[in-house]
Write a protein that binds this ligand. Structure first.
Ligand SMILES: CC(C)(COP(=O)(O)OP(=O)(O)OC[C@H]1O[C@@H](n2cnc3c(N)ncnc32)[C@H](O)[C@@H]1OP(=O)(O)O)[C@@H](O)C(=O)NCCC(=O)NCCS
Length: 150
C-alpha cells in the first residue's frame, strides 16, 4: 500500500513527517546542546525517533543539491486519545522568521493527530508560541508526572 506521507510547502521550506528524510546529525547535534536534553547520546536520539511521529523542517535546495534540515519536532501518541509533543527546535540561524509557527501548523494539522482527548507539552519559555495553536497552561491539579532519569 502506498500511504501518502503528509508534507507541507512554504516557499523554499518544507515540513514533512517522512522519517526517512530526517538528518540524525542535525537532530542529535541540536538536542545534545539544548537546555532540556543536554548531552543526550546519538543512540538515544535514534531510539526515540523510532517510537515517534517526527516532523522535519527542510530547506529545499535548487539544482539537485541536497536539502538541509533546519528544524524538528516529534510526537508520541496513540493517535486516538493522547499525544505528547517534544524536542521542538528551529536551528538558531533560521529562528524568528515564522518557521516555528509553520512547523506547529503542520503538527496540529497532521491527519493522525486529530480528535485527541489530550495533547500535552512542557515548555520553559515558549508558551506564547504554543498558545497560538490552542495550548493552554494545565488549569488544575489532575496532571501528574513521574520524574525519571534527569
Ligand atoms: C521556539 C522556536 C521553536 C520558535 O521557532 P521560530 O522559528 O524561532 O519562531 P517563529 O518565527 O515561528 O515565531 C514564534 C512565535 O512564537 C512566539 N514566541 C513565544 N515564545 C517564544 C520563544 N520562547 N521563542 C520563540 N518564539 C516565541 C513569537 O513571539 C512568535 O509569535 P509572533 O510571530 O506572533 O510574534 C525556536 O525559536 C527555537 O528552536 N528555540 C530554541 C529551542 C526551544 O526553546 N524550543 C522549544 C522548547 S519547548
Amino acid at each position: 500500500v502506498n500511504v501518502e506521507i503528509p508534507t507541507w510547502r512554504r516557499g523554499q521550506f518544507e515540513v514533512s513527517s517522512d522519517p526517512n528524510r530526517l538528518d540524525l546529525d542535525v537532530v542529535h547535534g541540536y538536542l545534545t546542546r539544548s537546555y532540556w536534553a543536554t548531552g543526550i547520546t546519538r543512540d538515544k536520539v535514534e531510539r526515540s525517533l523510532a517510537g515517534s511521529l517526527s516532523f522535519g523542517v527542510y530547506q529545499l535546495a535548487a539544482h539537485n543539491a541536497a536539502e538541509s534540515q533546519v528544524g524538528f519536532a516529534r510526537v508520541v501518541s496513540d493517535h486516538v486519545t493522547f499525544a505528547w509533543l517534544g524536542d521542538v527546535f528551529i536551528l538558531e540561524e533560521y529562528q524568528g522568521r515564522g518557521l516555528g509557527k509553520f512547523l506547529m501548523e503542520c503538527v496540529v494539522a497532521h491527519p493522525q493527530l486529530q480528535g485527541l482527548r489530550r495533547f500535552v507539552l512542557a515548555t520553559r519559555d515558549a508558551h506564547g508560541l504554543y498558545a497560538q495553536f490552542g495550548f493552554e497552561p494545565v488549569p488544575d491539579g489532575r496532571f501528574m508526572w513521574k520524574k525519571g532519569d534527569p
